[in-house]
Design a protein around this ligand. Sequence first.
Ligand SMILES: [Zn+2]
Length: 288
Amino acid sequence: MILSVDLGATNIKAALFDENLNKIGKTQSVPTRACMGKDGIVSALKNAVNLFDGQASVLAVSSAGDVDVKTSRITYATDNLPGMTGFDFVRFGEQLSLTAYAVNDAQAALLGEVYCGAGREYKDKSIVMLTLGSGVGGAYFRGGKIIADESNMFGRYGHLTLHDGGRRCTCGKYGCVETYLSGRAVHLSAAQLGIDGEDIFEKYLNGSPRHAEFVNGLAGELKLALGAIEKISPFDVCIIGGGAADWMGAAFEKIAKGTGYPVVKAQLGNDAGLYGACVNLKSMRGEL
Ligand SMILES: [Zn+2]
């Protein structure tokens, strides 16, 4: 049995998987306690693992931050996971008698979708994945594997410039993809048109012209973003997931169509990272 853990800035999710990548039982979740720094995060990680005491011999990890899959270390963590730069999941696993393999969470989500979700029929194609959440995460799959480099360029699609001199981004630049397509950014765009609320996509589907203007604008931003991404990562299909994609509901298909690019919706939801961590583990052990 594989214990899979997804370390995010807010929550740590964990679930058991069999060797055929089937999830066994329910996903459990504990708070990350990132506000308490590294000690808080590590003790929360231990709590998550202990929920499945003795049921697994290997630990598959999907983690926020840049992760070197060869060493299973976090090479760079933002303030979302304070003090975690340099964290070594292999050593962490050893302390709990588990053999550990770790991968970045956006890459894990893509691996999960390729092997167990929306990307199954595109395994031999070039795939970009965008995760529209509190930020915009990205990953690139080509030639049967995740393409990564030390600068993690492919993970930074969210910080490609969409509009020169546009909205200010948390990274310090202006006009990044993230400032137009993250969940918060979508709310802001709606508010600028004098609409807002959780039901804006439903109102669009019900035929409101003002909401149609908003949704057409959103499709336009996504089209621009995909054009910028295509220049550095040519793709046959783009899988889009994350909370903002789920929020779009039935409007997603229309927005996707409006971009003119081959876009499909992610299928694994919040479990994508858990699945992908297991795929990475099996890949690193030469079992795929
Ligand atoms: Zn940015």
